[in-house]
Design a protein around this ligand. Structure first.
Ligand SMILES: Cc1cc2nc3c(=O)[nH]c(=O)nc-3n(C[C@H](O)[C@H](O)[C@H](O)COP(=O)(O)OP(=O)(O)OC[C@H]3O[C@@H](n4cnc5c(N)ncnc54)[C@H](O)[C@@H]3O)c2cc1C
Length: 440
């Protein structure tokens, strides 16, 4: 027996929120599952990238994403690591580890996917490297949740990167967290300078709840003029982590770099940390409430919003999002608008969506074209760049992941190809994330 060869029903590559949910669901549905992750912990952008909070995933009084996503939330709250929709990376890591362990997912950490072995349109196995040692992992169904469509890319399946016409990719951002903020003072200043903040802001601040603050335009402008701040930074944006004097900053703005190449990522890591320190100094020196504040930590890796997307049996479009399109083969729902962080010569965009409607995600956008046994979920799903701008958020990625896990397990259990699994059977397994109209 080859000591370095393993077989599983379902192989999930990429342990971000999409991969975590995919692996847990497939395992709970009875499949043997391995989750491969290059870091020493799960979470991807939610932990290594320190991204928080969870973006909008509800309409009026209905929550659109439940299931494993909600279980992660509950576990984080038990650890006092989540308030409203904001959370700490440490709480996410611990919550994800617990749910993965309980579901008996085989988790392989520090493992880098390096090769995809195909026989025609079917993937037979993938190779992973752990500290120079190579393993081959066979599977019946593969799920690419690497964010960068690494299985799709390495397996030579169809993909596209960035804007369809210009090739542009969204700006990168290195998150950081500060403490020692006097919020009474900081928010008093914000209330008294409304013209210096984004018009979407609301000012009925409740210190027991998460608060978003975005702007400080004149302070940013002055600091740039005095060469204390990079001219690529347009505004300061933070969400409070209540009762702690802490806030999480989504402020650095790293332009014209590709988050799927090593050279560009290296530059981005350096620029992000330089910008973070600049912002910290500006806040400490110029902004009331931040006099005694300090930098707690920068994220382990720069935040990457967009790289490759798989091309699936269906490509979700901007029109599908804006028209709140419904699909018979829906597997998840969303209500977040198109959100594109533009480059230097590109307009950023953040669309508002209706409060009483949602769009749906068809299962075909998770099935990779020309591949017999490959699914994608999360950041690398099949969508146009604009639609991707809405679908890439964490709750929607979680729902897509859970659907992929259910589909993979159903295919294995019933010895069917992924395209032959009856969609009603799949919908039944993830009904908590779907419209009631499917179950009357
Ligand atoms: C700056 C920024 C701000 C954002 N703000 C918000 C927000 O406020 N709210 C919100 O809901 N969403 C936000 N998002 C979007 C959201 O964070 C991501 O789109 C989402 O987390 C993607 O999840 P994922 O599981 O698809 O991918 P990821 O989280 O990227 O996970 C992919 C995983 O695959 C692993 N991996 C990759 N390649 C390999 C390989 N070859 N071998 C092994 N493992 C590999 C990675 O290490 C990672 O763990 C933001 C994103 C960014 C970057």
């Amino acid at each position: 027996m080859n000591q370095n060869k393993f077989s599983f029903d379902v192989v999930v590559a990429g342990g971000g929120i999409a991969g975590i949910c995919a692996a847990i669901k497939a395992a709970r549905e009875g499949a043997s599952v391995v989750l491969i992750e290059q870091y020493g912990f799960p979470g991807g952008m939610s932990t290594a990238g320190m991204v928080s909070p969870f973006m909008k995933h509800s309409i009026d009084n209905e929550i659109l994403v439940r299931g494993i996503f909600e279980e992660l939330e509950i576990e984080m709250r038990k650890r006092e690591g989540m308030i409203d929709n904001g959370f700490y990376a440490s709480a996410f890591r611990s919550a994800a580890f617990k749910l993965l362990k309980d579901a008996k997912v085989k988790v392989l950490l520090h493992a880098l996917l390096t090769r995809v072995n195909r026989a025609g349109d079917r993937i037979e196995s993938i190779n992973v490297v752990v500290f120079g040692e190579e393993f081959e992992i066979e599977g019946k169904v593969f799920i690419d949740t690497t964010g960068d469509a690494q299985i799709v890319y390495s397996g030579n399946f169809p993909w596209i990167k960035g804007d369809e016409e210009t090739g542009k990719l969204q700006a990168l951002t290195l998150f950081f967290r500060m403490g020692g903020i006097n919020f009474n003072r900081a928010l008093e200043y914000v209330k008294n300078h409304k013209e210096d903040f984004f018009s979407w802001m609301t000012y009925d601040f409740d210190l027991n709840k998460i608060i978003s603050v975005a702007g400080y335009f004149s302070i940013v402008k002055k600091a740039i003029e005095e060469k204390r701040l990079s001219e690529d930074i347009n505004y300061i944006f933070y969400t409070t982590l209540p009762n702690s004097g802490e806030a999480s900053f989504n402020t650095s703005n790293i332009l014209d770099l590709d988050g799927s190449t090593s050279f560009d990522l290296t530059k981005a890591e350096l620029i992000g940390r330089e910008q973070a320190w600049q912002v910290v100094r500006v806040l400490q020196n110029d902004v009331p409430g931040f006099e005694n504040s300090y930098l707690i930590e920068t994220a382990i890796q720069v935040g990457v919003r967009e790289t490759r997307r798989a091309i699936g049996d269906y490509v979700i479009t901007e029109d599908d999002i804006l028209s709140c399109k419904k699909f018979d083969d829906s597997i998840a729902r969303g209500s977040y608008g198109i959100d594109i962080h533009g480059q230097k010569d590109e307009q950023s965009r953040l669309d508002e969506m209706p409060e009483n409607d949602f769009y749906e995600i068809p299962v075909r956008s998770l099935i990779v074209r020309d591949a017999d046994n490959l699914l994608v979920a999360g950041r690398c799903l099949s969508a146009t760049r604009k639609a991707h701008g809405a679908l890439r958020i964490m709750p929607t990625s979680a729902a897509m992941g859970e659907a992929c896990g259910a589909l993979a397990a159903l295919a294995v259990k019933n010895n069917l190809s992924i395209r032959k699994v009856p969609v009603q059977k799949l919908q039944e397994r993830i009904k908590h994330n779907l419209s009631k109209r499917f179950f009357v």
